[in-house]
Design a protein around this ligand. Sequence first.
Ligand code: GLN
Length: 202
Amino acid sequence: MAGSPRVGVLALQGDVREHAALLARLGADVALVRRPAELATVDGLVIPGGESSVIDKLSRIFGMQEPIRAAIRSGMPVLGTCAGLIMLADSVVDAIDGQESFGGLDVVVRRNAFGRQVESFEAEVDVPLLGTAPVKAAFIRGPVVESVGGAARTLAALPDGRVVAVEQGNLLGLSFHPEITGETRFHQRFLDHVRAVSADAA
Ligand code: GLN
């Protein structure tokens, strides 16, 4: 385990390959996770960007909702980007009818808060926790964190105050896509969480 944590990317829908490639570049042993048995082999999980209502539906069809909820409850490190953040949020505004999340992050997010696909943009975002160099972030129909509950903390907000990155214990949620702009520090932090949890368990 020491140098090479085994982590999964939830591979039901979304930009799975970009996350898997980045994690592999950072030295992780990466598995694509679609089934409970695959989830059981990893020490951390990335939930990619994509379409949260589809990830929700497929996760229920594949019998993944409860196992992922249980993994989150048990402290497994999870990084969710964009749709992945929506899946981690305890509460989702502007969800489609019947849409559910895994939950775990004590936040309210609003889907599609930045408008339509054509209104996608890149921005440099200050994330003090990651050092002085700003994060280059791609926003693609991302959610905004509308409120941050007592258990979670804000890692980054846009200059207008809209919260776009949160953390709660081993859960990290981002409104944007660091995996497509060459930003590695959030994935690095996720892998640090994985190593810390695995070391504790050893
Ligand atoms: N709009 C998408 C959703 O609701 C998220 C977009 C993304 O992940 N890039 O899930």
